[in-house]
Write a protein that binds this ligand. Structure first.
Ligand SMILES: [Zn+2]
Ligand SMILES: [Zn+2]
Ligand SMILES: [Zn+2]
Length: 281
């Protein structure tokens, strides 16, 4: 595999175990670190140009970068693309700063609104001011070249927008296309038809935050809208694409093998697991 994508996490922003939660899904991870699930992130590698990239900078960034380094030691980090300003998706940038790695001019690919947010708010503004990162704004629906073998196209998705808008990304390698969409409020409100869009991809990594509406008794699900797995499966049953669900909330039964995973598999849809790899050439 010269050009490949690597899934570096499968959990929603809070990870698994989630801080302060000792539910039946989180408890084993507190007791045994090998049962942890990292926050969702995608690694990209181009062995022809000796470069790698991350999509999203999570609180688990040091470990996730280490995994890419282990698989492609001659391909140092050449940039990071960010979907949006929710904590699981960008706060890993802290590891690039003066107190830590102290990178020099690392390209960070963002929407114009996200760029403004990072420039105007500390501690992110310090990364910009000290030149640790260099912000590159992306145009919606336009491909940007990461390398001669990899193009990145941002697509707008509807999602809670307290600090920034939200992007999903189409990654195009020499022969295959992958769609990365960790957060969306619902497929109905999207400008694209989900089934048609996914049918044009080889791989689709999609928001699977909540399996069903009765998952979070103590939180009002209408205040944290996401496409439910049961709905997504209806949209996509039998579609000709390798679909995996990612960004699983700590409460989501899909974290472990069981009847929910079996049901999903019967619809032809998988669950994204840490370390899964796809060749894009
Ligand atoms: Zn998220
Ligand atoms: Zn929990
Ligand atoms: Zn979000």
């Amino acid at each position: 595999m010269s050009v490949e994508a690597i899934l570096l996490g499968s959990a929603q922003d809070g990870g698994l175990p989630q801080a302060g939660c000792y539910c039946t899904q989180c408890a084993p991870g507190h007791a045994d670190p090998t049962l942890r699930r990292r926050v969702v992130c995608l690694g990209l590698v181009d062995r022809a140009t000796h470069q790698s990239w991350l999509i999203d900078a999570t609180p688990d960034l040091p470990e996730q970068l280490g995994v890419v380094h282990g698989l492609a030691p001659g391909c140092p980090l050449a940039g990071i693309a960010l979907t949006h300003a929710h904590v699981g998706h960008y706060t890993g940038l802290i590891h690039l700063g003066y107190e830590a790695w102290n990178t020099q001019g690392l390209p960070v690919y963002v929407s114009p609104i996200m760029a403004r947010f990072l420039r105007k708010n500390g501690p992110w503004s310090q990364l910009v001011g000290l030149g640790n990162i260099e912000l590159h704004t992306l145009d919606l629906d336009q491909e940007s070249r990461l390398s001669p073998n990899l193009d990145l196209m941002p697509v707008s998705v509807p999602h809670r927008a307290e600090f920034s808008d939200t992007l999903a990304f189409v990654v195009r390698g020499p022969a295959r296309r992958l769609f990365y969409c960790p957060d969306i409020d619902g497929w109905d409100g999207w400008e694209h038809d989900l089934r048609g869009f996914v049918a044009g991809m080889d791989v689709a990594l999609l928001d699977g935050t909540f399996f069903s509406p009765d998952e979070l008794a103590e939180r009002d699900l209408s205040s944290i809208p996401h496409a439910l797995v049961t709905d997504t499966a209806k949209w996509l049953a039998g579609v000709n694409c390798d679909v995996r669900l990612i960004h699983l909330n700590h409460s989501n039964p899909l974290h472990r093998p069981g009847p929910e995973r079996a049901w999903l598999a019967a619809q032809g849809i998988g669950v994204g697991v840490f370390g899964a790899r796809w060749s894009l050439d």
